[in-house]
Design a protein around this ligand. Structure first.
Ligand SMILES: O=C(O)CCC(=O)C(=O)O
Length: 284
């Protein structure tokens, strides 16, 4: 188990008030190079749950997956059950403890891993969204730990959040991240998210420049996005999703299909005490 960065009262207060907090040097260089290698591997041989803005271009005019090094938003997820590195990252890097501590939970169960890559000169933003409407869960203690494997400014596609939006009591209909990538999400219920970009000054937006190894820990109810990557280097982040004490399993027909009712014995509306699908990563 890696040494965990110290979580201070200031971190806890910021997470509670803003719905997001940056934890510097959350993971060390070994994990960072592992994430970068994972990115190379998944780009070359994507998993089952891939979303790829270049999918239509692969194979066209001789383009192979390896040659598409510009203008590409690529996501892959739910790798932990087959990929040893991802599994070790989930359980041994300390990210579970960050989530558990900041949620104020007694334990943190794991939901899924999400690799998010934007090649240089990728115009595609990750749209403004809340995470919770994509997922088959409800509860206030549900959070992500987003770890950047590269130094990153907001212009190079780091994340921005609307401060305090986790407390709005709103549930916004999801949007697909990439064309065809998560179109299942668009059948989910929810309010129409206002056009944040058209009225940025109406919102209290906070953005985070990060160093490789920094983590952004945020509530699944926080409204957030990332712009495209205007920079000249690949942007790679690995997000892990965590369930605290008050999380309940609430599958809907259009929830993320990576884990469905067919995969678990958990009854809808109850705590997800399934050590196989939602294993404990940390306890207080
Ligand atoms: O990395 C990104 O662009 C988006 C990340 C995100 O939305 C998430 O981890 O929930």
């Amino acid at each position: 188990m890696a040494d965990m960065p110290v979580i201070t009262d200031a971190h806890r207060e910021t997470f509670a008030a803003d719905g997001v907090v940056k934890i510097e040097r959350a993971v060390d260089a070994e994990w960072i190079s592992g994430i970068l290698e994972l990115a190379d591997r998944q780009l070359a041989t994507p998993g089952r749950w891939v979303g790829d803005s270049a999918a239509g271009r692969v194979g066209a005019e001789g383009a192979s997956t390896d040659t598409l090094t510009k203008g590409r938003l690529f996501t892959d997820r739910y790798l932990w059950r087959e990929n040893d590195f991802v599994k070790r990252f989930v359980f041994d890097s300390g990210v579970a403890g960050l989530a558990g501590e900041l949620m104020g939970a007694d334990s943190a169960r794991f939901y899924f891993d999400h690799l998010l890559i934007k090649e240089p000169s990728t115009p595609d933003p990750t749209p403004w969204h809340q995470d919770i409407p994509y997922w088959p869960f409800l509860g206030s203690q549900i959070a992500s730990v987003w770890v950047s494997a590269t130094d990153l400014t907001v212009e190079e596609s780091s994340l921005e959040f609307i401060r305090g939006s986790h407390r709005w009591g709103r549930y916004f209909a999801p949007k697909a991240f990439t064309k065809g990538g998560s179109s299942w999400a668009e059948d989910n219920p929810g309010d129409e998210l206002p056009d944040i970009e058209a009225a940025r000054d109406d919102h209290d937006i906070v953005g985070f420049d990060v160093a490789a190894g920094d983590a952004l820990v945020f509530s699944a109810w926080s409204v957030h996005w990332s712009p495209g990557n205007a920079g000249n280097k690949r942007r790679v982040a690995l997000s892990t999703r965590w369930l605290g004490d008050d999380a309940t399993w609430n599958p809907r027909p259009a929830s993320d299909p990576a884990v469905t009712q067919a995969d678990t014995f958990v009854e809808p509306g109850t705590y997800p005490a399934d050590d196989n699908r939602f294993p404990i990563g940390w306890t207080r």
